[in-house]
Ligand binder design. Structure first.
Ligand code: SF4
Length: 889
């Protein structure tokens, strides 16, 4: 059967020889299977971990005669407990997809023609390395940029590592400023521990579902039932079954919203206004945990209103000992130094404005109150389009039915309010005292110690990036929060490509699900592509972005990958169940590129193989299992041991669940350990945010020039850049667009999987019945959805599950039109509509992926060439194939 008939979506220039391989026929991986004597079926069951999203659910794969024939959940997995979702169960279709990227490929013909010739790995790596070294020598390492994201990525830090070693400060994820990083910045700075994102497998308290005292769970802009159904979604369902109350803040009626005790369907983009009202109500009604707030937050500390910095009594040069701060002692009506952690002889004021020696000081709590004072229930109700009584009901449940916890999701990360929302969410849990007590989501449970930094398996080698290169990070001066992930700012990188200012990036190496669909304003991405000298794309199958690349590299599906996963008090092996074609582990691809650059004379890359030079950053590896063996040796295991014993319990559950870590006595000081913040208190008044904006500390490894304005130490609300309250704008674009997951896809992945496209063939646009009627649209009709930046099509779903005046749409792209002029990204991709330009979030540079304005009107029909009928997807049914040996060179 020809490749076309089987639904191949790239043109292969027929090649019986493979460039770069002298005698391809001798390599066993290219041989057709020889006929063998019929033997008894060989069946084995292999334990591994899913990576169809980032929840890492335990999986048992049944392999018959070398082919994976069945996937099922592993009941021993601490989080998923034997559950799997549709995405994970489709792993076989993804693995054996007829359109896998099977071999390295080189573009022939013009960029965008999607014509390819197979080449060897040696040749592909050689071409890439030559281009990298040449570009670095001619224009500087910073003119190479790398990126990842879009789902299915086993190890994103490989990219950051390579960039640090090669010497470019410019890598990014579609995430970064838009997904998760704002929360990481806020919780790291305010609490000094892990944020409570359920989709990111944090909030570990919820997985002991029948043994946790949590009474109320707030799901703020997160929908575990959709985003991670088998792990977090299952845990939340179990909690509800166990009587836990839930409050859901979401403009759409997700399954979690439908089962909530209080559902607050706010206007998209107004979350921070609502959060400020929650904070105000909790302060006004004294629903906060007074003892915790007084003793374990910095809210009683005095702030100099002129400098906005805390008033220090002493500065410590010992990292184990915090500075000391002044409080206003009500007994003596004077400022007094508060010895860490607490001085019983003092009676600090929590609120108040005080004058001393001609200066004005306020407590942190006073400043917090002033920042929220105007957000009454009525004001928030008006901004967010919610009933004030219903808001109050949600707050009371959260603040009175305790212990409770607030899990905030990605939705608030996707507007310029991003860090403010995360800061406000952290403030709420801190005020209510939901910190490290049983039932709280904010916990610092123990870890295995296998990795230097939990969840950063590949050493990032940040110390190897020279300071002068770090200072060239695009967007890195204005948005210094990005330095926490050593990342650049997407819009700043793209603007530099288009304008040549401050310099012109020229080479792009991307590993992602589809950049055309994963970052804002796809048409701008298309313009960027035209300006570049060289593009490499590595992924499991071709995407729209691949069509514009010069080299394609085939990466491994999760069923082909080896990796260590830490799940609660266990270590699990994501182990290679089979290996197909010439796919390669991604960490290894970067190692190969680096090695070849070194051979071509790049000294930075050559040194990356020197164990003495690399130190704790580790020299690059030839086999990824060498890396895992290295880390596992810290607990006396090898990767082979872990494969046989997965999940491996490294510590009893009781020992692992370490509550009240801040109260543990620090042996070095003899005092309570406190939190991992400069003051060792929860820093609700985030003075460090000002320091970050002025210097880059604590995230940048060298001092940076100040941003154009100070970052705010307390959360504040910004009305969305495109607002329905802007009457002129709203006249043409009257509806507010929001996005969010459906449970069939992770980011940009899996649109080519028959089972999943059968369930969800095309993206729906949800419209409230009166809106649909007003704009002449019926349920099931095709509609145009248009923003100021472009238009796409979707199928109308008329539903009361979205608030009036708002519409919801899942992002989408169409693998079936890859080989057409649209390359699958122009038809139904919501990022044609989104906004990549200012305003940005000050701290991390977030642009507008949600809460922008659109109009919706009838379309004449479906886009040309798209698939909608179940039988159409038969072209993508799995083509089971025999395993191959790993690529060696
Ligand atoms: S939630 Fe689904 S896709 Fe995600 S890891 Fe678990 S089974 Fe895989």
């Amino acid at each position: 059967m020809s490749e076309k008939k089987q639904g191949f979506d790239m043109d292969f220039v027929a090649a019986t020889t493979v460039e770069g391989i002298k005698d391809a026929g001798k390599l066993s991986m290219f041989k057709k299977s020889e006929k063998k004597e019929k033997k008894e079926d060989e069946i084995k069951r292999v334990k591994t971990c899913c990576r169809a999203c980032i929840a890492n659910c335990g999986v048992i794969a049944t392999v018959k005669n070398g082919r994976v024939i069945k996937l099922e959940g592993d009941p021993a997995d601490r989080m998923s407990k034997g559950r799997m979702c549709a995405k994970g169960l489709s792993g076989i279709q993804a693995l054996y997809h007829p359109n896998r990227n099977k071999y390295p490929m080189m573009r022939v013909g013009k960029r965008g023609e999607n014509k390819w010739r197979r080449i060897s790995w040696e040749k592909a790596i050689d071409i890439i390395a030559h281009k990298l070294v040449e570009t670095k020598q001619k224009y500087g390492a910073e003119t190479v940029f790398c990126s990842t994201g879009g789902g299915g990525n086993p190890e994103i830090w490989s990219i950051a590592r390579f960039c640090n070693i090669f010497g470019t400060p410019n890598w990014f994820e579609p995430g970064c400023a838009q997904c998760y990083l704002p929360r990481v910045v806020a919780y790291t700075m305010m609490y000094g521990g892990v944020d409570p994102s359920i989709a990111d497998s944090n909030a570990l308290e919820i997985y002991d579902t029948f043994d946790t005292p949590i009474k109320t769970l707030v799901l703020w802009g997160t929908d575990p039932s959709y985003s991670c159904p088998a792990s977090g979604g299952g845990a939340v369902a179990d909690l509800r079954a166990n009587g836990v109350k839930t409050v859901v803040i979401d403009p759409r009626l997700t399954p979690d919203a439908a089962k909530a005790d209080v559902w607050l369907p706010l206007r998209p983009g107004t979350d921070v206004a609502l959060q400020l009202a929650w904070i105000r109500y909790i302060i006004e009604n004294k629903l906060y945990d007074e003892d915790f707030v007084m003793k374990w937050t910095n809210l009683p500390y005095l702030v100099d209103v002129e400098t906005k910095m805390n008033w220090r009594a002493s500065v410590s040069n010992d990292e184990n000992i915090p500075d000391t701060f002044y409080v206003w002692d009500e007994k003596t009506n004077s400022p007094k130094e508060m010895e860490y952690p607490w001085d019983d002889s003092l009676s600090p004021a929590l609120m108040g404005t005080f004058e001393h020696e001609g200066k004005t000081y306020k407590t942190g709590m006073q400043l917090l109150w002033e920042s929220v004072e105007k957000y009454t229930l009525e004001v928030a109700g008006e901004i967010c389009e919610l009933d004030p009584e219903r808001i109050e009901k949600g707050i009371r449940l959260y603040a009175e039915n305790t212990p409770s916890g607030l899990a905030i999701g990605v939705s608030t990360d996707q507007t310029p309010n991003s860090t403010q929302a995360a800061m406000a969410a952290a403030t709420l849990d801190i005020l209510v005292g939901n910190v490290e007590r049983p039932g709280a989501l904010l916990q610092r449970f123990r870890t295995s110690g296998v990795f230097d930094m939990p969840n950063y398996p590949v050493p990032i080698a940040a110390s190897k990036l020279p300071d002068e290169q770090l200072k060239k990070r695009l967007g890195g001066i204005e948005h210094k929060g990005l330095h926490i992930w050593f990342a650049g700012h997407i819009t700043s990188v793209f603007d530099a490509v288009l304008t040549g200012k401050p310099y012109k990036p020229r080479v792009w190496i991307d590993r992602s699900g589809n950049k055309m669909a994963a970052v804002a304003d796809s048409q701008k991405v298309r313009r960027v592509i035209d300006e570049l000298d060289f593009i490499v794309h590595m992924y499991m199958y071709p995407t729209s972005f691949s069509a514009y690349a010069d080299i394609l590299l085939p990466t491994e599906e999760w069923l082909e990958t080896d990796m260590i996963v830490e799940t609660c008090n266990t270590l699990c092996a994501r182990q290679q169940v089979v290996h197909l074609w010439e796919t390669m582990d991604e960490t290894l691809i970067w190692s190969k590129i680096c090695k070849r650059c070194g051979e071509l004379g790049d000294e930075d890359c050559a040194k990356a193989f020197d164990a003495d030079y690399m130190g704790n950053d580790l020299p690059y590896w030839d086999k990824v299992t060498d890396l895992w063996d290295h880390f596992l040796s810290r607990v006396g295991l090898s990767f082979d041991d872990l494969k046989k014993n997965t999940p491996y319990t490294y510590m009893s559950k009781e020992e692992w669940k370490d509550y009240y870590v801040y109260k543990h006595i620090d042996e070095k000081t003899g005092k309570e350990r406190g939190f991992n913040t400069p003051s060792k208190k929860c820093e609700v008044y985030l003075e460090s945010m000002i320091t970050l904006g002025r210097t880059g500390k604590p995230f940048a490894k060298c001092e940076l020039p100040p941003a154009s304005k100070d970052y705010e130490p307390l959360p504040y609300y910004l009305e969305p850049a495109e607002s329905p309250r802007d009457a002129e704008f709203a006249k043409e674009y009257p509806l507010v667009m929001t996005n969010g997951r459906v449970p069939y896809f992770h980011h940009n992945t899996l649109r080519n999987v028959p089972w999943l496209r059968e369930i969800y063939p095309v993206p729906e646009i949800w419209m409230y019945p009166t809106d649909a009627e007003k704009y002449g649209l019926e349920d099931g009709a095709w509609a145009w959805v248009e923003s100021k930046r472009g238009r796409i099509r979707a199928v109308v779903s008329v539903t009361e599950g979205i608030k009036p005046g708002a519409v919801y749409m899942e992002r989408f792209w169409n693998p079936e039109t890859l080989n057409t002029e649209t390359h699958g990204w122009k038809e139904m991709n919501v990022n044609v509509l989104t906004k990549a330009d200012a305003p940005f979030n000050d701290v991390v540079g977030t642009y507008t992926l949600r809460a922008f304005l659109v109009k919706v009107y009838p379309a004449e029909g479906a886009p040309e060439g798209i698939l909608t009928n179940p039988q159409d997807f038969a072209r993508w049914l799995a083509m089971p194939t025999d395993p191959t040996a790993e690529v060696k060179f």
